[in-house]
Ligand binder design. Sequence first.
Ligand code: NAD
Length: 521
Amino acid sequence: MATTPRMKITYSTLSADNEELQSAFDAALEHARASLGQSYPMIIGAERRNSDRTFEDRSPIDRSLVVSRFPLGTAGDVRDAIAAARAAYPGWRDTPWRDRLAIMRRAAELISERAFDYAALMALEVGKNRLEALGDVEEAADLLRYYSDEFEKADGFVKPMGSLSAAEKTRSVLRPYGVFAVISPFNFPMALAGGPAAGAMIAGNTVVLKPSSDAPLLGWKFGEALRDAGLPDGVFNLVTGPGETVGAELETNPGIDGMVFTGSYEVGMRLYRGFTQDYPRPIITEMGGKNPAIVMPSADLDEAAEGVMRSAFGYDGQKCSANARVYVHRDVARPFIDKLVERTRGIRTGDPTERDNWMGPVINQRALDKFTDAVATTRADGGTIEVGGDADASVGYYPTPTVVSGLPLDHRLFHDELFVPFLVVGEVDSLDQAMHEANDTAYGLTAGIFSRNDAEIRTFLDTIQAGVVYVNRRAGATTGAWPGIQSFGGWKGSGSSGKGGLGPYYVQQFLREQSQTIIGE
Ligand code: NAD
């Protein structure tokens, strides 16, 4: 394992010029490459379960690289994992919460110590660049810390209440539900497997995780850190395999008391409708986005172009918060587009494990097909490819960062989430029109505005229908969130709970209230 330099890593403090960081990553990468192709088991209670039937987790950087092999889990494996989680639940629930938090904080420290090793594997597994991969790992560690701190601040969610007589004492106690299923996406393979699992476990629930089949390894590594931190067997279980079988069993099995899903709108809404049958069970669905940025005439156009470029093309447009559409005021449209094109041309693409490459591949062939289809549709429907439009699938899945203009504002490319580095720019005549277009979508995840006009900024903040919003942000028009700083959750078709991950109201969602009135205590 490579030595990790002691430094606080966040997305904003990471710097490509930090030599200590870069050489630590080089060492970790060498180590990670040497470990490729291993087989990993599922985690079911104390058992490490293998199977004759496995699937390959291949790198989008280079299809010939098998990153890991995992069992093709079955419904029976899920049932066993649920049984293990149910058996572990009473012990975990009754563990004093300070002891639970101590384990979680120890796991956070282990993840930070191993950040470079985990990040190097992540870069290979999902094609993130070095800094994005390090950020994802550190975010997972910080989620464990932040949710633990919030639980502690609330004193374990036991609150003395009023009383109607001297003989009677009442308290409100938030208590866990039981077993939570966590279904995670490929794009933040540690933070979005680990964060929801951490929320559930800190609150006293046990967990069955099903990671994305495009990124099972980092979910497994999260489990490894938990085990090494001393988590009792059965509190965290992991079953790998397809959504259609493993995910479906988690959806329908009555042994699951609650669920957190992060992924696409289509799958999330299916689960949201299907999860509740005989009586309500909590389900948190964090879903997609088609995140808009608005650029007004008073904007600093360099700041706007930089912020849009970073959010549209960071991790290849594969962040749920990616900036996918821009509404720019007609008066400044051409100079804005020119600046954006210039910056986009400057993006270095290629193998993202190389330190100078900022953009890498998209996750799989399906994603690359979506990209080439969007380019073809733009051409067929009379749009202009301002920059990009090419793809190279010879080794991995590499699209070029693409900006298009000239499509009608009601075109489907302004509305459908693509999750690839493809940005549509439309011209508007007023802020009212921009707001109407920005809100005219099923999604409501993130949004941004560039303007120096206070009234415009106020209108934007008052009327935008999105859970995470940014004003004049050069570092990212619509992206960027950190535990304890930006809560991250969608409105409308982007999220069901109205309470963001990474924020102060998250852990409570894994708890239900019990009012306890006791006479003569
Ligand atoms: P996806 O919906 O394809 O898959 C997500 C998970 O669901 C995977 O583990 C997958 O195996 C599983 N799954 C698939 N079919 C299932 C079924 N029938 N039953 C149960 N589980 C099933 O999403 P993805 O491609 O991995 O991730 C990208 C999507 O996630 C984008 O839409 C993105 O916007 C969204 N996302 C949202 C957030 C957020 O916080 N709102 C964060 C990250 C990603």
